[in-house]
Ligand binder design. Structure first.
Ligand code: B12
Length: 769
C-alpha cells in the first residue's frame, strides 16, 4: 500500500508579515494542530512536524520549537515525520558554513526531535553537501528511517548542479531509506523526474509536489492546480511506481483527500535492484560500464619530486593544477593520494579533497593507507567517492568496510593478504572472492566493489602480465564484478616503457578492464585508450577518437604553469588569479586588465551558467577568483591614484534583491581613484535606505547597480523615491541595463562601464561646481 504524507503547512498557515511558522508551535499551538488534524482527517498516514526551519543556525529556541512541533504532530494520532529543511546557508566553499558546523546543527535538531518521531524527513534539499550533513547527523544520532526529499528545477538539476542520478548515488551510498522529490514543481513537471529516479534508484520513492508552479498575482504567490487536477497527475506518478505520496506548497487537505481517493487502488512499488557501479561528485556521476573509465593517477607523490615538495610546502594550488590538467587530458575520476611520512596526512588529504572539489566536478578516488586520513576525507567529500583501498588482510577489511558502509563509495579491493600477493591468478581470484564475501557481511553489495588484480613487473617474471589478465577476465566475466588496474608497474626495468604500458593497457581492456589508473597526460596511453574504444565498438562514429586525435596533449605539457588570468577565473582558481593579475599589472593598465581579462572571463562563466553547463558552485568560485584579481588591481590603483579628496560626495549601492557587487566595486574604486568621496552602501540595499543616506549625507549624486532582470524593478523604485524625496541625480549601470532602458526608468545618467561613470561624475560636478 502506498503511504500518504500530508500537504503544505507554510501555505496553510496564512502567515502575516513577520510571523515565524515554527514559533507558532509555542505561541499558537491550536492554529498548527488544526492543520495537522485536517490532514489526518483527509486520510494522511504521516504528519510532518511544523519544524522546517527550526535549527540552531536560525533560532536560539529551536529546541523548544521542535519539541512542541513533535508533540503537536503526534497529537494527530498518525505516524510522525520529524521535518528538517535546509539551513538556509551555503556551505564551504560556496558559502561561510563549514561542513562540520552544518552537521553539528543538524545533529542538534535530530537530538531535539527524535523522541516521538517515527521517521526523519530531510526535505526541500537543493544541495548534495547539505544532504550529506543532514543524513550523517541523522545516522549518528538516531535509529529512525531517513527520508531524503529534494527540490529539483525544471532542468532536472539541484541548485548546486546535481542531476537525479548523481543525487541518487549519494543518497544510496549514505544508506538513505527513501528518496524522492518535493516542492519547486507541480505534479506534472515532477513526472519526468520520477521516471528518471526509477531508472537509477533501488530505493523506495516518495513524491510530494506543489499544487502547480507558483504564480505571482497582486503581489501574492498563488498555486493554481486544484485538488482534482492534482490527484489526476498524481495517479500518473503513482503508476510509475512509488511508495509514498503527499503534497507541498499550495496543497490542502482537499488535495490530499483527492490524491488518496484517486490512487488507493495502486500498490506501492519499490524499484528493482539496480546493478550499477556509480561514483559521483557534487554535480556529476560516472558509471562503470563496458567502456573503461580513466582514473588519473598523477596526484600521488610516489616518484614525483615536485609533488612531494608541494605537499611539504602545503602548496594546494599545485595539486589543483595537477587535477585540472588531468581533467583536460580526459580523466573521468581523479585519484588523490598525499601520503608522505613527513606530513600530517589526515589534514592534508582533507584539505586536498576540499580544494579539488571546490574547483573540479570530477568524482575523486580517495587513496590512503592511513585509516584516519581516509575517514576524514570520506566525511567531507561531497559525493559518492571511490575508496582506494581495502585488501584481504583481516585488519584492512575490518577498518575499511565499515567506513565504506557509513559514507558510501565504491571500494577498490587489492588482491593481497597477510601472505603477500599470490603469484597465480587462482590465488588472487580466491582473495577477490574472500573480499566480496566479507563485504557482504557489512551490507556492501558487490556492485560497490571493484577488484584490482595488481600489476606485477613483467621483467621479473614473464608470466606476470598473463596472470593479472586472467584475474581481470574472471572477475568481469565470471564473478560479474568490475575491475581496475594501475598499469604502469608492468614495464618497470624495461626500455621504452610507454610502449609496454600502452600495449598491456589494451590487453587489459580487451579482457574487460573497467577502469585504468593511468597518467592521462601520457599521449601514448590515451591514444591507446581512444583507439581501443573505436575498434571495440565503444565509440559511436569514432567521435571521441577523432576529437582526441586532434586535441591530444603532448606528454611534456607543463602543469598549468602558463595559466592565464582568463583561465584562472573561468576555472575558479583564486590564488592563481591573484598571481596572474599581479603579473599583468607589471605591463598593463588596471582598466585594460579589467576590461580585457576579468569581464570576458566572467561573461564566459555567465554564459555557461545560462546554458546549464556551469552551476552555482562554479559561478561562485569564479566570482571569488575575479575578486582576488580585482583586489590586486585595487591595491595598485590606490597606490598610483592621486586620490586627493575634493569633497565631492557620491553614494553607490547595488539595489535590493541583488547581491552582484563586483561591477559596483570596480566603479567605486575608480571613482575614488579620481578623487571622489564614495559612500558605499553595499549590496541588496533597500530603496528607503538609499534615500535616507542620501539625505543624511547631503549627497547630490547617487549611483545604482543592478545585474538581474528581476532587480531592475527595484532600481526603478529607488530612482522614483530619490527623485521624489531628494534633489539628487541618479546614474545607473550593470550588465542588464541599456541606455534606452535607463531612460525608461528615469535615470539621469547611464554608464556602460566604470570609466564612463568617472566621466559622468566629472561632468556632473563640473556643472554643479
Ligand atoms: C559573478 C556572478 C555572480 C556571483 C556574484 C558575486 C558578486 N560578489 O558580485 C554570484 C555567484 C554570487 C552570483 C549569484 C547569482 N547570479 Co549571477 N552572475 C555573475 C556573472 C557571471 C558575472 C557578473 C559580474 O560580476 N560581471 C563583471 C562585472 C565587472 O561586470 P558588471 O557587473 O556588468 O559591471 C560593469 C558595468 O556593468 C558597469 N556597472 C556595474 N554596476 C554599475 C553601477 C553604476 C552606478 C555604474 C555607473 C556602472 C556600473 O561597470 C562595471 C565595470 O565596467 C553574471 C554573468 C555576466 N556575464 O554578467 C551572472 C548573472 C548576472 N547572474 C545571474 C543569476 C541568475 C544569479 C543567481 C540568481 C543564481 C542563483 N540561482 O542563485 C544568483 C543571484 C543572487 C542575487 N539575489 O543577486 C544571471 C542573471 C540573469 C538575469 N538576466 O536576470 C546572470 C546574467 C548569469 C546568466 N547568464 O544567467 N552571480
Amino acid at each position: 500500500m502506498i503511504k500518504y504524507f500530508d500537504g503544505g503547512m507554510g501555505t496553510m498557515l496564512n502567515l502575516k508579515a513577520g510571523e515565524v511558522p515554527e514559533q507558532l508551535n509555542i505561541t499558537e499551538p491550536e492554529r498548527v494542530f488544526a492543520i495537522h488534524k485536517a490532514y489526518a482527517e483527509a486520510g494522511a498516514d504521516i504528519i510532518s512536524t511544523n519544524t522546517f526551519g527550526a535549527n540552531p543556525l536560525k533560532y536560539d529556541n529551536y529546541e523548544e520549537m521542535i519539541k512542541a512541533g513533535v508533540a503537536l504532530a503526534k497529537k494527530a494520532g498518525k505516524k510522525v515525520a520529524l521535518d528538517i529543511g535546509p539551513t538556509g546557508k551555503l556551505l564551504n566553499p560556496m558559502g561561510d558554513l563549514a561542513f562540520e558546523d552544518c552537521l553539528e546543527a543538524y545533529s542538534k535538531v535530530i537530538k531535539a526531535g527524535k523522541d516521538g518521531a517515527d521517521l526523519v524527513l530531510i526535505e526541500t534539499m537543493g544541495d548534495t553537501y547539505e544532504i550529506k550533513a543532514a543524513v550523517l547527523a541523522a545516522k549518528e544520532n538516531c535509529d529512525l528511517p531517513v527520508f531524503v526529499s529534494m527540490i529539483f528545477d525544471e532542468n532536472a538539476r539541484l541548485l548546486t548542479g546535481a542531476d537525479v542520478k548523481t543525487a541518487c548515488a549519494l543518497c544510496e551510498g549514505l544508506g538513505v531509506d527513501v528518496i524522492g522529490f518535493n516542492c519547486g514543481l507541480g505534479p506534472k513537471q515532477m513526472l519526468p523526474l520520477v521516471k528518471k529516479l526509477r531508472e537509477c534508484s533501488s530505493t523506495p520513492i516518495t513524491v510530494c509536489p506543489n499544487a502547480g508552479l507558483p504564480e505571482a498575482i497582486n503581489g501574492k504567490t498563488v498555486y493554481n492546480v486544484d485538488a482534482d487536477e492534482f490527484a489526476s497527475y498524481m495517479r500518473e506518478i503513482a503508476e510509475l511506481g512509488v511508495s509514498y505520496l503527499g503534497g507541498c506548497c499550495g496543497t490542502t487537505p482537499a488535495h490530499i483527500r483527492a490524491l488518496i481517493d484517486n490512487t488507493r487502488d495502486i500498490e506501492a512499488n519499490i524499484p528493482e535492484k539496480k546493478n550499477k557501479t556509480v561514483v559521483s561528485s557534487y554535480s556529476q556521476s560516472v558509471e562503470f560500464s563496458d567502456k573503461s573509465v580513466i582514473i588519473g593517477e598523477r596526484i600521488n607523490p610516489t616518484g614525483k619530486r615536485l609533488l612531494k615538495q608541494a605537499l611539504i610546502d602545503g602548496d594546494i594550488d599545485y595539486i589543483i593544477r595537477e587535477g585540472i590538467s588531468q581533467k583536460e587530458c580526459g580523466a573521468h575520476i581523479l585519484d588523490v593520494n598525499v601520503g608522505l611520512p613527513e606530513i600530517d596526512e589526515p589534514k592534508m588529504l582533507k584539505d586536498a579533497v576540499c580544494a579539488l572539489q571546490a574547483v573540479l566536478s570530477l568524482p575523486l578516488q580517495i587513496d590512503s593507507s592511513d585509516y584516519e586520513a581516509m575517514e576524514q576525507a570520506l566525511r567531507i567529500y561531497n559525493g559518492k567517492p571511490m575508496i582506494n583501498s581495502v585488501n584481504a588482510k583481516a585488519e584492512s577489511m575490518a577498518k575499511v568496510f565499515p567506513l565504506a558502509k557509513k559514507y558510501g563509495g565504491v571500494v577498490v579491493c587489492l588482491c593481497l593478504d597477510e601472505s603477500g600477493i599470490p603469484e597465480t591468478a587462482e590465488g588472487r581470484i580466491a582473495l577477490a572472492e574472500k573480499m566480496i564475501n566479507e563485504a557482504e557481511k557489512y551490507g556492501i553489495d558487490k556492485k560497490n566493489l571493484v577488484i584490482d588484480a595488481l600489476t606485477m613487473t613483467v621483467s621479473t617474471n614473464s608470466q606476470n602480465a598473463v596472470e593479472t589478465l586472467k584475474v581481470v577476465d574472471y572477475c568481469k566475466n565470471t564473478l560479474g564484478v568490475h575491475t581496475v588496474l594501475g598499469v604502469s608497474n608492468i614495464s618497470f626495468g624495461l626500455p621504452n616503457r610507454e610502449l609496454v604500458n600502452s600495449t598491456f593497457f589494451v590487453q587489459a581492456l580487451q579482457k574487460g578492464l573497467s577502469g585504468g589508473i593511468i597518467n592521462p597526460k601520457s599521449a601514448s596511453m590515451m591514444n591507446a585508450y581512444y583507439s581501443y574504444n573505436a575498434l571495440a565498438g565503444l565509440d559511436e562514429s569514432c567521435k571521441e577518437y577523432i576529437a582526441s586525435a586532434i586535441e591530444i596533449k603532448s606528454e611534456a605539457a607543463p602543469t598549468g604553469s602558463n595559466i592565464t588570468l582568463f583561465d584562472a577565473i573561468v576555472k575558479g582558481m583564486k590564488e592563481e588569479s591573484a598571481k596572474c593579475a599581479k603579473e599583468l599589472l607589471k605591463n598593463y593598465a588596471s582598466l585594460e586588465i579589467i576590461n580585457e581579462h576579468i569581464i570576458p572571463a566572467l561573461d564566459k562563466v555567465g554564459d555557461g551558467f545560462e546554458k546549464n553547463t556551469v552551476f552555482l558552485p562554479q559561478l561562485l568560485m569564479s566570482a571569488d577568483s575575479a575578486k582576488a584579481a580585482f583586489d590586486e588591481i585595487k591595491a595598485q590603483m590606490i597606490k598610483n591614484g592621486n586620490a586627493q579628496s575634493k569633497g565631492e560626495k557620491i553614494i553607490i549601492a547595488t539595489v535590493e534583491g541583488d547581491i552582484h557587487d563586483i561591477g559596483k566595486n570596480i566603479v567605486k574604486v575608480l571613482l575614488q581613484n579620481y578623487g571622489f568621496d564614495v559612500i558605499d552602501l553595499g549590496k541588496d540595499v533597500k530603496c528607503e535606505k538609499v534615500v535616507e543616506e542620501t539625505i543624511k549625507n547631503g549627497v547630490k549624486f547617487v549611483g545604482l547597480s543592478a545585474l538581474m532582470t528581476t532587480t531592475v524593478v527595484n532600481m526603478e523604485k529607488t530612482i522614483k523615491l530619490l527623485h521624489e524625496q531628494t534633489e539628487a541625480k541618479v546614474f545607473v549601470g550593470g550588465a542588464v541595463l541599456t541606455r534606452d532602458y535607463a531612460r525608461q526608468i528615469n535615470a539621469d545618467y547611464y554608464a556602460k562601464d566604470a570609466m564612463e561613470s568617472v566621466r559622468i561624475a566629472q561632468e556632473f560636478f563640473s556643472k554643479e561646481g
